[in-house]
Structures are given as C-alpha cells and as structure tokens.
Ligand binder design. Structure first.
Ligand SMILES: Nc1nc2c([nH]c(=O)n2[C@@H]2O[C@H](COP(=O)(O)OP(=O)(O)OP(=O)(O)O)[C@@H](O)[C@H]2O)c(=O)[nH]1
Length: 138
C-alpha cells in the first residue's frame, strides 16, 4: 500500500543547564496547543539539515550552524492520510535568543518534566529517548 510520506525535522535545543526548549503550537493548526520540538516539514529538494536551520530561523529567530545539528533519533508513524517521518536532532550551539515567532509560548523544560506535557503522539518515544540520552550525559 503506497503511503504519502511527510518528512519533518525537529530540534531539541539544550541550554547550559541541560533544559530542553519546547514550543506550544498555535490554535487553529493541526495538533493545536500541544507542546512540540521546534521544526517543520522538509520542502521538496531541501536537505534535512537545511530545512531545520531554516525552520529554527523562521520560528525562533536564531541562527544555527548545520554542523551543530546532531542526529539523535526518529519517529515513524501514520498521521491521518500521511506517514510522518520525524527526524530529531540535538542542538547545543546557536546564535541569538529564541523568540516565539510562530508558537504561542516557549518553555525551557527539565528533561524529567517533558513527559508531563501534552505533546503529539509521535513525540512520546522521542521524549523518552531524549531523557535517557541526557541522563547519561549526552
Ligand atoms: N515541528 C514539529 N512537528 C511535529 C512534532 N511532532 C509531530 O507530530 N509533528 C508534526 O509534524 C508536522 C510538522 O508540521 P508543521 O505544521 O510544524 O510544519 P511547517 O512549519 O512546515 O508548517 P506549515 O504546514 O504551516 O507550513 C505537523 O503535522 C506536526 O503535528 C514536533 O515535535 N515538532
């Protein structure tokens, strides 16, 4: 059965205290009001890293060197009529102070507190993996 693949890139920005930046999706969008990792869809012909650098600039007004994007894990899940392939990167270096240009809120969250937030279903295993990764000093 053919699927319509939807490739999405997302970033776990980690600050000096080991907290993770999450943003809240605006009302009216798919998955409204859920907390998510900043990011978005890869456009046709775009490399994943270029897409993530672009999205982080559009959503947070920060500049990120593609070399600072460290692949961590991915999610693969049906999403309506499409199939989401969500690539999660860890980012520890960027320029600028993140601003909520598209989200309704930003929050720096302790890793253990992430799973208490309402997030899209595909993010649940990503959050578990990220928490373990940060626990072992990744
Ligand atoms: N950015 C992001 N998207 C996620 C996450 N988890 C998850 O299921 N998604 C889904 O991946 C898709 C990303 O689309 P988006 O709407 O953020 O992408 P975009 O910025 O390109 O938006 P647009 O369609 O308004 O141009 C949405 O269906 C969203 O619900 C996540 O943690 N971060």
């Amino acid at each position: 059965m053919p699927v319509r693949l939807m490739p999405v890139v997302a970033a776990a920005l980690i600050d000096a205290d080991g907290r993770v930046l999450l943003q809240r999706r605006p009302p009216g969008k798919q998955m409204a009001d859920l907390w998510e990792f900043p990011g978005g869809k890869i456009e046709p012909g775009e490399a994943p890293e270029a897409a993530l650098v672009r999205e982080l600039h559009e959503e947070l007004a920060i500049t990120v060197d593609p070399a600072a994007l460290v692949p961590l894990t991915f999610a693969s899940a049906g999403l309506g009529e499409r199939h989401l392939l969500l690539l999660l990167y860890v980012v520890r270096r960027w320029q600028g102070v993140p601003q909520a240009l598209e989200a309704t809120a930003l929050a720096w969250v302790e890793p253990a507190a992430m799973r208490a937030l309402a997030m899209p279903p595909a993010d649940v295993p990503l959050v578990a993996m990220l928490e373990r990764f940060l626990q072992i000093g990744g």
